[in-house]
Design a binder for this molecule. Structure first.
Ligand code: ATP
Ligand code: MG
Length: 420
């Protein structure tokens, strides 16, 4: 993409009310726009990052058999009441409808069943499944969506780490036996490790409490970072970890899992969470299957979430310097930031064409100084910077610098295509 065509611009200053590094850098770089506290719009650069994260998640969810779908965002009361989650604080309620007919006939207001803006979709998918699942032969299956969730988060101060509106991948799995769920749970955990690794993040598998989702233990994927709101107790050797909320572990304890490591308390960000939900939702909403003797049993369920914006913000929190963002390769908005100095030339145009508009952010702006172009490249944070100028062209060279390295090197233009 040509930078001269991009409608957004970088900003020298972040809004004064933003405290979080991720929000400051993402706003300054033109990745997101802050609409309200905890409510962000994704601008073209930010949407590219989010789409890359979404596609990595999709590939790994499809690889374990997850079927992608999209559920409704408005969730009617009748779904949430049976599970006791209608009146939870996290809900944003949609404005109740007035039944006009009854108003005209009786001169009375009748508030119809109202809706909540979906904040998790166990109930909706369980209700859908009751229409299709009858026997053990219909199980197991798993399905997921990538969708906007709405939550009333009182402390929306961490930028995209904690939004009131945010994109989540939520997968749900349905099983006949605990053993089958346990096997799938392990597969999902492996898929999660792959996802975070591909996004450039190292996530620690952490035992945790289930909150409003389940009474059982759950597992979180925690990225160690000082800005994190969570504290985990993690072994410095085997990485066995427990969330502070449940743990009896203390800083300095010997690790009982591996026997040789020491437990340390670390601040961390929860980027994903997986739950064994048992039969909580299937019993409440009547999702049963007939076993091979024809006996009806409740379906056993699991749920598996990842916050896409939180993954993006975590990457920014972990990978940045005083100049800007340093994107991990796979989720960078563009792999290459090509800068042309001293006016456009055919060599730069050719590099752009050859490496492709989808890989290259081409800084072809005529009204910017070299200093401004370099500052923007550092702020936006593409992994590779290429510079073509009169000087480099004297010897048919282009200058290459990686965003996470100090050194620059000159390479022949012809070699660029081989090297990148
Ligand atoms: P937290 O304890 O941080 O509030 P949670 O336990 O409520 O998270 P889940 O309901 O399990 O989170 O949601 C699944 C995933 O969605 C989380 O692991 C996280 O990555 C993401 N997520 C949850 N809440 C938010 C939020 N307010 N903003 C952005 N991402 C979120
Ligand atoms: Mg929460």
């Amino acid at each position: 993409m040509k930078l001269s065509q991009l409608f957004t611009k970088t900003l020298k200053e972040a809004p004064a009310d933003e405290e979080a590094v991720n929000a400051k850098l993402l706003i300054r770089g033109g990745f997101v726009f802050k609409n309200s506290a905890g409510v962000y719009s994704f601008l073209p650069l930010g949407w590219r990052v989010l789409t890359k994260i979404a596609n990595i998640i999709r590939e790994e969810m499809n690889a374990i058999g997850g079927q992608e779908l999209l559920m409704s965002t408005l969730v009617e009361k009748k779904y949430m009441e049976p599970t006791g989650r209608w009146n939870l604080d996290v809900s944003y309620k949609a404005i109740p409808q007035i039944d006009l007919d009854s108003y005209i006939q009786n001169s009375k207001f009748k508030i119809q069943d109202s809706f909540v803006l979906g904040w998790s979709h166990e109930e909706v998918l369980t209700a859908i499944a009751t229409k299709y699942i009858n026997s053990y032969k219909d199980l197991p299956f798993s399905a997921y969506q990538i969708q906007t969730k709405f939550r009333h988060e009182p402390r929306a101060k961490s930028g995209l780490l904690r939004g009131r509106e945010f994109m989540m991948k939520d997968l749900y799995s349905f099983h006949t036996t605990q053993e089958d769920l346990d096997n799938f749970y392990k597969k999902a955990a492996e898929a999660y490790h792959k996802i975070f690794e591909r996004c450039g993040l190292k996530a620690v598998y952490t035992k945790a409490a289930g909150g409003v989702f389940t009474d059982k233990f759950t597992h979180e994927f925690q990225v160690i970072a000082d800005v994190g709101e969570d504290t985990i107790y993690v072994c410095d050797k085997c990485e066995y970890a427990e969330n502070k909320e449940i743990t009896k572990l203390k800083d300095g304890d010997n690790c009982s899992e591996c026997g040789s490591g020491k437990i340390e308390a670390k601040k961390s960000i929860e980027v994903g969470n997986i739950f064994d939900q048992g039969t909580k939702y299937s019993e409440a909403l009547g999702l049963e299957f007939a076993d091979d003797n024809g006996n009806k049993k409740p379906v056993i369920m699991g749920a598996y979430g990842i916050g896409l914006g939180r993954v993006m913000a975590t990457a920014v929190e972990v990978y940045n310097d005083e100049k800007g963002i340093i994107w991990p390769e796979n989720i960078a908005p563009f792999r290459i930031n090509l800068i042309v100095l001293d006016g456009k030339n055919k060599e730069a145009e050719e590099i752009y064409k050859e490496l492709g508009a989808d890989n290259v952010l081409y800084d072809d702006r005529e009204d910017k100084t070299p200093g401004e172009k370099f500052a923007d490249a550092d702020l936006i944070g593409c992994p590779i910077r290429l510079v073509v100028s009169n000087k480099t062209l004297e010897k048919e060279n282009v200058e290459l610098k990686k965003r996470n390295k100090k050194e620059m090197k000159l390479i022949k233009i012809k070699e660029v295509f081989k090297e990148l």
